[in-house]
Ligand binder design. Structure first.
Ligand code: HEM
Length: 153
């Protein structure tokens, strides 16, 4: 369901990354693939009944952020989205390469972006606003610390 809240989140992403018609507002760069999941000879090891049988898989590998032309070496998270099986009984999974995430709600995600909106005078994020956001939202810091030294090759 599309709500004002969802739209304000997309607007906030677009203000940071630009609006790119036809692309996702987040994880804009990606590659879709399809394949087949084949269980091992000992399916009893797997606790998910769906995975006891061969299944079709659709997947999308993505680079975090909203820029479709972003470098594959950019220091952002990598994403993988999976759709295992078909129809009502299928299983959807969205995962990222980091063990922690910076926001605990869509509202905090939006506020995180709002604090980084380009300042018209500075031409980039205002460090004072970022600092104030970080101080008020300490749960967002472990993800920022985890990503800081990331250097994808
Ligand atoms: C407040 C939390 C979150 C918000 C607001 C959010 C928002 C978004 C948005 C707007 C998109 C683009 C969707 C589209 O246009 O189809 C997206 C994609 C994605 N998100 Fe999140 N996200 C959140 C948390 C997470 C978390 C916790 C993970 C993984 C652990 C995650 C993984 C992904 C992946 C992998 C994609 C790309 C999916 C694809 O390739 O189709 N997100 N997210």
């Amino acid at each position: 369901m599309k709500t004002d809240h969802a739209e304000s989140l997309i607007d906030a992403l677009n203000t940071i990354f630009g609006r790119h018609e036809g692309y996702r507002a987040s994880h804009a760069k990606g590659l879709g693939v399809k394949g087949v999941f084949i269980p091992t000879d000992t399916p009893g090891d797997i606790k998910v009944p769906l995975l006891h049988n061969r299944q079709t898989v659709k997947a999308r590998f993505s680079v975090g952020g909203g820029k479709p032309g972003i470098s594959d070496k950019s220091p952002t998270v990598r994403g993988i989205g999976l759709r295992i099986g078909d129809g009502d009984g299928s299983w959807g999974l969205d995962m990222i390469s980091a063990p922690v995430f910076f926001a605990n709600s869509a509202e905090q995600f939006r506020a995180f972006l709002a604090a980084r909106q380009p300042d018209p005078v500075l031409g980039g994020p205002n460090p004072e606003r970022v600092k104030a956001f970080n101080a008020a939202n300490p749960n967002t810091l472990p993800h920022q610390r985890y990503m800081a030294p990331a250097k994808p090759k």
